[in-house]
Design a protein around this ligand. Structure first.
Ligand code: ADP
Length: 304
């Protein structure tokens, strides 16, 4: 049975009808708390003072109200954080642009010795890292505030084909070969093509960054019963079983020595966030030193 310890009792009495209402919080013996609503009307029964009333368990309603408050607080927290990130990013852009133009001017000087040149290259890499970090932070906070999606009928193959030239150029710089194998019967889906481009691009850039020269990267689109699947398969360095569950976490980077210095650790978190907002899912399979495949599932609208 319950160990009834009334807590936080809310009482009120209607001065015309005499109806008494109470909300009680009681603690059960198992430590779980429940909320009960009671109402009672004083009556006289067989010449004795008595009361007639009802009791309801309102725990679910109370918890729902509490969750609503928590969600509101969380939204406000995200809004303040997003605003802060946008302001800071804006303030950092100008000094970074000045650093880049100074670095480029220095790189054009012909009489620099190799030691100075190396230091200038280090400065450029660090400035690039900062620039990428600021861009990723701004994107993440924009996506968190959920207001910017523009869903429309979208041909996913076209989205991929529009990225093809850029991706092939990047891969060619590393002597890699990109193969596009697209199912041209893939249906039109409801999506935000710009955000999908960003998501695919993060996954594709990783395939290039984490693969050696003379390897292949295959980009596929295939149909399943209720989903369109976009997969990106590489023959790169792979991800260990220990790290696989963590790679979509914000700021997770496998290991500084094997990871590109210019990465922010936000690329896959952004890719996943975008796919989640499309009611899709992103999965990964990988073997160390053999390669990695990302499968992105996007729901096909049910037209029945
Ligand atoms: P980063 O900016 O560090 O690349 P990401 O969020 O894009 O951040 O990726 C998280 C981590 O997952 C990376 O640090 C990298 O080690 C690993 N990773 C992502 N894609 C691949 C891939 N195709 N092959 C091997 N490792 C990958």
């Amino acid at each position: 049975m319950w160990d009834v310890i009334p807590q936080n009792t809310v009482r009120q009495k209607d001065k015309f009808s005499g109806l008494i209402e109470e909300e009680l919080r009681i603690n059960r013996k198992d430590g779980k708390a429940r909320w009960i609503y009671l109402n009672a009307l004083p009556i006289t029964f067989e010449d004795q003072a008595a009361a007639v009333g009802t009791a309801f368990d309102i725990t679910e309603r109370k918890l729902a109200a509490q969750r609503a408050v928590e969600i509101q607080v969380e939204r406000e927290r995200i809004r303040i954080l997003a605003e802060f990130i946008q302001d800071v990013s804006h303030d950092l852009r100008t000094p970074l642009a000045i650093m880049f133009s100074s670095i480029h001017l220095l790189q054009r000087q012909l009489d620099l010795d190799s030691n100075v040149m190396r230091r200038i290259d280090v400065m450029e890499r660090q400035a690039t890292y900062l620039k990428n970090l600021i861009e990723s932070l701004t994107t993440m906070s924009r996506l968190d505030s959920k207001v910017t999606y523009s869903f429309q009928p979208t041909n996913v193959n076209r989205v991929l084909l529009e990225m093809q030239a850029g991706i092939e150029n990047l891969a060619n710089e590393k002597d890699q070969h990109v193969i596009f194998d697209l199912d041209m019967d893939a249906p039109i889906i409801r999506a935000d093509p710009n955000e999908l481009t960003r998501s695919f691009s993060n996954v594709l850039n990783n395939a290039i960054r984490y693969s050696d020269p003379n390897t292949n990267i295959i980009v596929r689109s295939t149909m399943a019963t209720s989903h369109l699947i976009v997969s990106v398969e590489d023959e790169g360095i792979g991800i260990s079983d220990r790290d696989l569950p963590l790679i979509f976490d914000r700021f997770f980077r496998v290991n500084a020595s094997r990871t590109n210095a210019d990465g922010s650790g936000l690329g896959l978190a952004i890719a996943k966030k975008i796919i989640d907002m499309h009611n899709g899912k992103i999965e990964v399979e990988s073997s160390l030193s053999e390669g990695t495949t990302f499968n992105i599932y996007l729901p096909i609208p049910d037209l029945r």
